[in-house]
Design a protein around this ligand. Structure first.
Ligand SMILES: Nc1nc2c(ncn2[C@@H]2O[C@H](COP(=O)(O)OP(=O)(O)OP(=O)(O)O)[C@@H](O)[C@H]2O)c(=O)[nH]1
Ligand SMILES: [Mg+2]
Length: 300
């Protein structure tokens, strides 16, 4: 799956990638260098191979990208990022989006279209002006022939941004969306901190209030997930295995399911113990999810 992300210079494209799939915090992306031509980031998400193409937004790179249609033509998804803090550039941003889209169409491509009304936050920007700009942007893009699906985004609204990207990534898989919602509902009723991730450490969903580290698990947990998956595969030679680790203060139970999904359950000294029926039901639900994913990936 190829995702192309376009927009004017400094609208926030690279920051969006780095603070979600790239696992960085918003305050780490303040002084990024401008992207030269384009950069490609490769990822596996739920076993799907994703290439995210981040196109530099400076004038010279925008022109060269339009002059080289083969760079964009096989995009499955085209995301245009609009900087809500720069209303003076809205018209230019819309023209560029249309030019890119028509260039792809002329060359036989047909990507799904999205617009991110980005920097929807009041970091060094007045709220009143932000809302005014948003209304202006919506009027402009709603009147475009492209009719992209729109989202309000900000790297300072991390959980919402993660959720938007998750939705976009699994938008084509109706069954997956259904399984995902069922798992998510079940999580809400359990008192432990629970994270469900894939084998590559992408967080698929969780129920932890303090958890704001993008779409990637932090490195130590990611390594543990990877190690347990390897053990399950090569040492136990089974598709599903459970592991447990504990200190005086906390306990970590980890379930490998089908080598596709991993459930991490973190319990603290003062956490009420999960009802075992609740955990059993959750694992059953996640197992169904884990069984469906390889079938869908095989179809892509
Ligand atoms: N307030 C605010 N600032 C943001 C947001 N996202 C990115 N920025 C800032 O915008 C600046 C430019 O971000 P980049 O990600 O480098 O922009 P870009 O679109 O990749 O720019 P080019 O590579 O030149 O095309 C950085 O200082 C970011 O910290 C956001 O959601 N809100
Ligand atoms: Mg960039």
């Amino acid at each position: 799956m190829k995702i192309s992300i376009i927009g004017l210079n400094a609208c926030g494209k690279t920051s969006i990638y780095l603070t979600t799939l790239g696992g960085m915090a918003p305050n780490e992306v303040k002084d990024l260098d401008s992207t030269v031509l384009y950069e490609v980031w490769n990822h596996y998400y739920l076993g799907l191979q994703i290439s995210l193409w981040d196109f530099g937004g400076q004038e010279k790179y925008r022109s060269s990208c339009l002059e080289t249609p083969k760079l964009l033509v096989n995009s499955t998804i085209l995301i245009c990022v609009l900087d809500l803090h720069c209303p003076q550039d809205f018209n230019k941003a819309r023209s560029y989006f249309e030019d890119v889209y028509f260039s792809i169409k002329q060359n036989g491509g047909d990507p799904r279209l999205y617009i991110f009304y980005h920097k929807y936050d009041t970091k060094d920007y007045p709220k009143k002006q932000l809302e005014k700009n948003l209304a202006l942007a919506k009027a402009l893009f709603n009147s475009s022939v492209l009719k992209p699906k729109s989202y309000l985004t900000s790297i300072y609204r991390q959980e919402e941004l993660n959720e938007i990207l998750r939705q976009i990534l699994i938008a084509d898989f109706k069954q997956l969306k259904k399984n995902f919602e069922q798992v998510r509902k079940r999580l809400l009723n359990l008192p432990s901190d629970i994270i469900i991730c894939d084998m590559n450490g992408n967080v698929i969903t969780h129920n932890i209030k303090w958890f704001t580290t993008g779409m990637q698990l932090e490195e130590d947990l990611r390594d543990y997930v990877f190690g347990c998956n390897m053990l399950s595969h090569y040492f136990f030679s089974t598709k599903s295995t459970s592991f447990s680790a504990k200190s005086h203060e906390k306990k970590l139970d980890l379930y490998v399911l089908n080598h596709v999904l991993t459930v991490l359950i973190i319990t603290y000294e003062d956490t009420p113990v999960d009802p075992s029926e609740g955990i059993k039901d959750l694992l059953k639900e996640v197992q169904i999810f884990a069984d469906v994913i390889p079938l869908l990936v095989a179809q892509t």
